[in-house]
Design a protein around this ligand. Structure first.
Ligand SMILES: [Zn+2]
Length: 649
């Protein structure tokens, strides 16, 4: 169905050397409408793979004689479009029909350079492929092949570190939330979306997933979910935990008990944002004793005040609430339930949850990290007495979070949509507390006067709280209770929102020199390798991130080689973690700059480019390890195509 043509052009450009170009071009011509979408993508894939292949061989010859370029131009004119010289993609939305039309009837060509050389009195020909025409780096976009991205990098001199963002600057899927319109006071306390499930089946409905992950819904409470699913929460009761692992480690926060909507400074005269607490360690057994005795004490107090009341009618009648008069309390936090052997019945019970809420599922980005991130893709437990505070925060890298109250007491929650995080950040700055790493408890009046709506609700035993991506929240125990929590990064409902927020925080962490607990570049490559992404926005964002990653790697690679560094390939092994810079905690992907801190002990330390150069500008003593072949990354990038939507049939 195609025609094959071969041209041979010979041009003499120099008396001593003889240069020729052979062009073999296969022209594929098809009638419009003949091609079905499946065939198109299939053919496109093949083309990309062959592109990658020719790139690999073209690399062997960098010294193309300058005279050859004139010949190349001639040949290009003679042909129709070639993959390398197709017009750069437009910035705006692309008409898929036009894109399709462009792909029809393209030609494939292999340009070969013949150079006559004389050696030892004999004439021979050197045969090498011509370097393909480069697209300027500034014109490169996600519709270019991996080979084209790499080629564009090769032709660009970048001085110093390549600092482009992994995010598309002009593309956002965040909901439109008006900030200019003044919200009436009454609406600054919006009702929290609360879902009552009528049957067990409703928990598994895609509607629930959609509701929880909708970017407009900052937080959702699913009332009595544990009851609907017949979850045995008793497995997480203090009694069961002691029976299971009495000696297990508990981190303790010592805090001052106060009403949930107040946060007094140390002098007790004004309300403030910082809420520092001191940290210590204990065991489940010891905390359990503390929790029980705290409860007994309060029963005793209640009895006494009842007696007083009988004697004196003038006393306050508020005896149902625990006393909140600046008592020192201990909060048992971050108890690690990751060990599947130690916590088998507990972890098994959580398999009863709908897939999107589970600790592990194929559509959860955190299940594609390839290693454990404690408290994120594993379960953490919290043991509380009234007043125990989890200060304000967004989850690591803005991931969603799932929290179940085990009971017997309640918890009180406060939540603010992601849209307002920077306003809260500014309050923290004003009060001298670090937004990302410090402990702070928002003064509600400050938020209301800044026109920020705050969700406030009670989580009863058996209620599941879904914190959507990026939601700022803070929690206080009303009664004595335990909670379990973990993170999820759903890729099957509004995935672009989660992905965008995760990458945004990844880059903000970089600016603030705070470690991104989720190694987003590593995760993005893993997702591209293993998941079929059918959502166009998500595909676009991930593909862009991969493209930026290729650029970062290729440019650094060239700079290292130009500086005379040797790059040693060392492939990754199973369960090998993502790497972070030893000095600044930035994720280091693919090219690891390694020093041996103590040669006799064989301890190796990974550095980022900046920190390695800060130590030694010439990178003396630094070994460069490469964890992926460039061809491998290019292949993953090229094969990461938009999957057909399951709903389009
Ligand atoms: Zn560093």
């Amino acid at each position: 169905d195609g025609s094959l043509s071969a041209k041979l052009r010979l041009t003499t450009t120099h008396a001593a050397s003889f240069t020729g170009v052979i062009t073999l071009s296969t022209k594929e011509e098809r009638a419009r409408g003949e091609e079905r979408p499946g065939e198109y993508s299939d053919r496109k894939k093949k083309r990309k793979v062959s592109d990658g292949g020719s790139e690999a061989t073209a690399e062997t010859d960098h010294k193309t004689p300058s005279s050859a370029s004139t010949v190349t131009t001639n040949t290009s004119k003679a042909c129709a479009t070639t993959p390398a010289s197709k017009p750069p993609c437009p910035v705006g939305p692309v008409d898929p029909m036009k894109l399709k039309a462009l792909s029809m009837g393209f030609t494939k060509e292999l340009r070969i350079l013949l150079t006559k050389v004389e050696s030892a009195g004999r004439q021979t020909f050197n045969i090498s492929e011509l370097e393909e025409q480069k697209i300027p780096l500034s014109k490169i976009c996600i519709r270019n092949t991996g080979a084209e991205v790499v080629r564009a990098c090769k032709g660009t001199r970048v001085k110093g570190k390549f600092k482009e963002s992994f995010l598309l600057p002009t593309f956002s899927v965040k909901p439109n939330i008006a900030t200019t319109a003044l919200i009436p006071r009454a609406k600054l306390n919006p009702p929290t979306p609360s879902i009552y499930l009528e049957s067990k089946r409703d928990a598994f409905s895609p509607v629930l997933l959609q509701f929880c992950t909708d970017p407009k819904n900052a937080v959702t409470v699913i009332r009595g979910l544990a009851g609907s699913l017949r979850l045995n929460l008793g497995l997480f009761s203090t009694k069961s935990l002691v029976e299971a692992n009495a000696e297990h480690a508990v981190e303790v926060r010592t805090q001052v008990q106060q009403p949930a909507d107040e946060n007094w400074d140390s002098s007790g005269s004004t309300q403030t944002w910082p809420c520092e607490s001191s940290r210590s360690h204990t065991t489940i057994d010891k905390y359990a004793q503390y929790q029980a005795s705290s409860f007994q004490e309060s029963l005793q107090d209640e009895k006494e005040s009842e007696n007083e009341e009988e004697g004196e009618e003038t006393q306050s009648s508020e005896t149902s609430e625990p006393k909140t008069a600046g008592k020192i309390i201990k909060f048992g936090t971050n108890i690690d339930l990751s060990d599947p052997k130690r916590w088998k019945p507990q972890l098994q019970e959580l398999f009863k949850l709908p897939a999107f809420m589970r600790v592990e599922s194929s559509n959860n980005m955190l299940s594609h990290v390839g290693h454990t991130i404690l408290g994120m893709n594993t379960v953490q437990l919290y043991m509380k007495v009234p007043g125990s505070r989890t200060p304000g925060h967004q989850e690591n890298n803005n991931f969603c979070s799932v929290n179940i109250n085990i009971g017997p007491g309640d918890c009180e929650w406060f939540a603010v949509h992601e849209h307002y995080w920077d306003a809260i950040n500014k309050f923290c700055e004003k009060h001298g507390v670090d937004y990302l790493t410090g402990s702070w408890w928002p003064v509600l009046e400050d938020l209301y006067s800044s026109n920020i709506p705050v969700y406030r609700f009670i989580q009863r035993p058996g209620d599941l709280v879904w914190i959507n991506a990026g939601t700022v929240h803070w929690v206080q125990a009303v009664g004595w209770c335990n909670n379990i929590a973990w993170n999820v990064g759903p890729l099957n409902s509004f995935p672009a929102y989660q992905y965008q927020l995760a990458l945004e925080r990844y880059e903000w962490n970089d600016v603030k020199k705070v470690k991104s607990i989720v190694p987003m570049i590593h995760v993005s490559w893993n997702v591209a390798r293993t998941i079929k992404v059918a959502d166009q926005d998500t595909h676009k964002m991930i593909k862009h991130c991969l493209m930026q990653s290729i650029k970062h790697i290729q440019i650094l690679r060239e700079q290292l080689l130009a500086a005379g560094k040797k790059i040693s390939y060392q492939s990754r092994v199973k369960d090998e973690p993502a790497y972070y810079c030893n000095e600044c905690d930035v994720e280091v992907f693919d090219l690891l700059l390694v020093t041996s801190e103590n040669s006799s002990k064989k301890s190796y330390v990974v550095h980022c480019e900046d920190c390695a150069r800060a130590k030694s500008p010439s990178l003396g003593g630094v070994v460069v390890l490469e964890q992926y072949r460039m061809e491998e990354l290019m292949r993953t990038y090229d094969n990461f195509t938009l999957a057909p939507s399951p709903f389009s049939k």
